[in-house]
Design a protein. Sequence first.
Length: 317
Amino acid sequence: MKIIGTGSAHPKCAVTNEMLEKFLDTSDEWITERTGIKERCVISSEKLEDMAALAANRALENAGLTAADIDFIICSNVVNEYVTPALSCIIQGMIGATCPTVDINAACAGFVFAMDMAEDKLKCNKAKNILIVCAEEPSRMVSWENRSTCVLFGDGAGAAVVTQGDDLKAIRLTTSSLTEVLYYQRHLEPTPYIDKPEEFEPLVMKGREVFKHAVTNSCRDIRKLLNETGLEATDIKYYVLHQANRRIIDSIRNFLGVEEERVPHNVERYGNISSAALPALLDELNRAGKLQKGDKLVFSAFGAGFTTAACVIEWGI
Ligand code: UT7
C-alpha cells in the first residue's frame, strides 16, 4: 500500500469556547486546560456527505486520479443521517465513481482499520486504487446540554487515495469489548412486539477511563510497532495521533520522549472529529509541504469499542 493523495473538508461554522460559555456552565479556561481545544467546526447547513465528497475529490485531485480510476471505496463513519444506504454508496454517486463500496465502523480508529483492509485488497490484486473516506458528525451524538461531552467534538471529513506499493511497514489493530466506557445508543422504530426496556440517550462517556485506556494502549501499540520495525522513536518524522485531547497527545509524546515538532496537532482548531482526525491532519501536513519522500510516519488512534489501531508508513510521494 502507498498513499498517493490526501484531502479534507470541515464545516464552516466554527464554535469557539467563548460561544459555548453563553449556554453551558463551562469556561474557555477549563476547556483549554483540560483538552487544549479552542474551537471546533460543527455542521450547520452542510450535509455530511457534501463534506465527504469534497474531501474525496480533493484527495483524488491530489493523487492525480479521477473517480473512474478508483476500484473500491471504504468509508469510515460512526453516525450520519442515513442508516441505509451506506454513506460510501452516497459518496460514490456524488463523486461519479462506479466501483463497489463499503462502510466500516471502528470508531475513531477507523482510518487505520480502513488502511488495513485496503492493504489486503491491494496485496491480492483485487484493486489497484482505493479511496478511503472518513466522514464524521459526532456533534449529532452528544447532548448539547452536557458540558462533559459536547465541548470535546467537532465534525469533518478526511480522505486518502491508496494504491499498490510497499510503504506500509507494520500495522496493529486491537479490539477489547469495553462497551460501557463510551457508547451512543440510537433510537429504533417501535414495533407492536417490543417488550424489553429500551433506553435512548446521547453519547455516554467515562472520560477518565477513556483517557487512561487511550494513553496506555496507544503507547503499547506504538512501542510494539517500533520494536517490530527496528526503528527508534526519533527515526519517526511525525506521529500522527488521534486528535481527541491535547493532554492525551502530550502524554503519548512524553512516553516516547520525542520533541514537540514530531507530534503535530490541530485538536485546538477542530476538536475530536473521530476517524476523520488522522486523514485531516495528514492532509494538512501534506499540503503544507511538510512530508518528504522517505519520511517515516506513525499513525495511532483509539476509539469506542474499545478499538485501537496504529501503523508505520514510509511516505512515498
Ligand atoms: O475518541 C475518544 C473520545 N474521548 C476521549 O478521548 C476523552 C478522554 N477523556 C478526556 O479527554 C478527559 O477525561 C475529559 C476532557 C473528558 C475530562 O477531563 P478530566 O480532567 O478527566 O476531568 P474530570 O472528568 O475529572 O472532571 C473534572 C470536573 C468535574 O467536576 P467535579 O465532579 O470534579 O465537580 C466535571 O463535572 O470538571 C467538570 N467538567 C467541566 N467543567 C467545566 C466536565 N466538563 C466540564 C466543562 N466545563 N466542559
